[in-house]
Design a protein around this ligand. Structure first.
Ligand code: ADP
Length: 543
């Protein structure tokens, strides 16, 4: 027998309409790409999304088509987030930091006829123009006064496009499984792969993100997503913030510690989200400020994901701002929230050191996400916090396949997706990433976690960034090489670093060498680019 409850579809339009009805005056603040601070609210955003949907209809966009963006975190991008899926089309946010051939691959794969572009990215697209034949029109996300000179002839101005349109749109009542968003993984191997989110997966993910044990967004919070809207939908915060009515503060094109700090201070942000390198930039900037009481800022939570948050980073942020760091894990294929680290009540009495040992874990899955770890033969491993294996996940916001790649079966027999991460699961359900499976160092039949070594090395006061890669070794198969970027003006020696590690790691984990470089290569999503390091050190041999 079926239940007798209403079968209302879970649609992104309902998120927008709820915000427009119940939080119309809650603000969206943007550090505008054109300069200055721009203020709007959910009421106006919904009206402008309606105008945009009319304009796109006028341009011939129909349901099921992709619209691509290369854009920063801004109110116009939020309008696209709402209008495009709302009308039944698919929003494809492209990461402008990818290589040109990856960007053109994505634009050709999504077959978007309209590309929305922030001013910053015009030169990149001018160079790519003859490689993206499907793109018919490029909309520059600005007003007439700021329209740039360009060699392209198929250019439109965003504000002109929407100006004359109606502020009401008859949003279609779509099937909730209709595709809504398309994000590509950065494709560290092979071409980027597209995760295709649905309205249903997006709404469920947003509801989950708003729970107290997850990101905890609510109408009382002021949220600063520094993670870009071109990186897994800024971890879903634009939708979750709109659903909750949280005040949203968007940093625009200025990815500097100074901008983040000024926004946190001036707008009273309570929750800020980003990858570890972002927080390094913030900490470096605030270290230059004199006589500022940073602990009185209203910031409560820094949410860190994308790569491992080292204890030294957690500690610095918490002490500097008198705030709590929440470590989270996820990936493009998981929308991305797969786990969030909130402490269980029973940990309240633990010492600071014991609490830190828990905080560095990647956290527990929210309701909806199921996790298991398996060995290479697919057999379940115990959740004892020690055994480690391939992390497998399933849930209503986890991918079951890739866009336009129906031949790829990415699930096991029970419907679990292989994350490519190696993890432990402890008896309380906390997951710890040991490594990406391709980064783990295989030494004499045992594994060394590059993340663990990096986390410990980062605790050295003279170390800014650390990365560990495996170097081929005639006897042990691989041995760890520790690569360090020292803090500005510091010159630690190899012996200083090895002395620091001693006693903190098993002896056989000790790196066989330590090298110093000036700058760490980063991926398009701000992670250490291990592949580039492997190339850089391909001829390296241990002396
Ligand atoms: P990209 O490689 O394009 O940045 P994703 O954002 O999908 O792609 O990256 C997902 C991967 O990032 C995960 O599989 C995991 O290896 C890594 N990751 C994400 N969050 C964390 C975390 N908190 N700690 C360690 N690794 C993480």
């Amino acid at each position: 027998m079926l239940g007798l409850m209403q079968d209302r579809p879970l649609l992104i339009t309902t998120i927008m309409e709820y915000a427009a009805t119940y939080h119309p005056d809650h603000e969206i603040v943007t550090r505008a790409v054109e300069g200055g601070i721009h203020r709007t609210n959910y009421g106006e955003i919904a009206q402008r999304a309606a105008r945009l949907a009319h304009a796109l209809t006028r341009l011939g966009i129909h349901q099921g088509e992709c619209i691509s963006t290369l854009a920063w975190n801004s109110y116009r991008h939020l309008e696209l987030y709402l209008a495009v899926p709302g009308m039944g089309a698919i929003l494809n946010t492209v990461n402008p930091r990818l290589f040109p051939e990856q960007i053109s691959y994505i634009l050709n794969n999504s077959a978007a006829r309209i590309l929305f572009l922030d001013l910053t990215f015009l030169p990149q697209i001018e160079k790519l123009a003859d490689k993206i034949p499907a793109v018919e029109k490029i909309v520059i996300m600005t007003d007439r006064a700021h329209m740039p000179a360009t060699s392209l002839d198929n250019i439109l101005c965003y504000e002109e496009l929407v100006a004359a349109e109606d502020t009401r749109f008859d949003w279609p009542e779509l099937d909730e499984n209709t595709a809504a968003g398309l994000c590509y993984t950065s494709g560290t191997t092979g071409d980027p792969k597209g995760a295709l989110y649905s309205h249903r997966s997006t709404v469920l993910h947003s509801l989950s993100a708003c729970t107290r044990d997850s990101l905890g967004l609510s109408s009382a919070e002021v949220v600063l997503p520094i993670v870009p809207m071109f990186h897994v939908n800024a971890w879903g915060t634009p939708y979750a913030a709109t659903l909750s009515g949280a005040r949203l503060v968007l940093p625009g094109a200025e990815m500097t510690g100074e901008n983040f700090y000024n926004l946190m201070r001036d707008e009273g942000c309570t929750i800020a989200l980003g990858v570890p390198t972002i927080w390094l930039a913030l900490l470096q900037y605030v270290a230059t400020l004199k006589d500022q009481d940073l602990t009185s800022l209203p910031i409560k939570n820094f949410i860190i994901g994308g790569s491992a948050a080292a204890p030294s980073l957690i500690d610095s942020l918490e002490k500097t701002f008198d705030a709590t760091v929440i470590h989270a894990w996820g990936m493009t294929e998981t929308s991305p929230l797969g786990s969030v680290n909130r402490p269980l009540a029973k940990y309240a009495h633990l010492s600071d050191q014991q609490k830190m040992a828990i905080k560095v874990k990647q956290g527990r899955p929210p309701f909806g996400i199921e996790m298991k770890i398996v060995d290479d033969d697919g057999h379940d491993l115990p959740h004892d916090g020690v055994a480690f294996g391939r992390l497998m996940v399933r849930g209503p916001w986890v991918a079951k396949g890739y866009f336009k790649q129906p031949e790829l079966n990415i699930l096991d027999d029970d419907g679990y997706f292989d994350t490519g991460d190696v993890s432990t699961l402890d008896p309380d359900g906390y997951m710890t990433i040991v490594d990406r499976s391709k980064d783990v160092i295989k030494s004499g039949g045992e594994w060394i976690s590059s993340i663990d070594l990096e986390n410990i090395a980062l605790g050295h006061p003279q170390v800014a960034e650390a990365a560990v890669i495996g170097i081929a070794h005639p006897k042990w198969q691989e041995r760890p090489l520790l690569i360090i970027v020292p803090n500005a003006g510091e010159t630690p020696t190899k012996q200083d670093i090895l002395d620091y590690l001693q006693g903190k790691i098993a002896k056989w984990w000790t790196p066989d060498d330590v090298v110093f470089i000036e700058e760490m290569p980063h991926t398009a999503t701000g992670k250490t680019q291990k592949r580039a390091l492997r190339t850089l050190f391909s001829d390296f041999t241990f002396g």
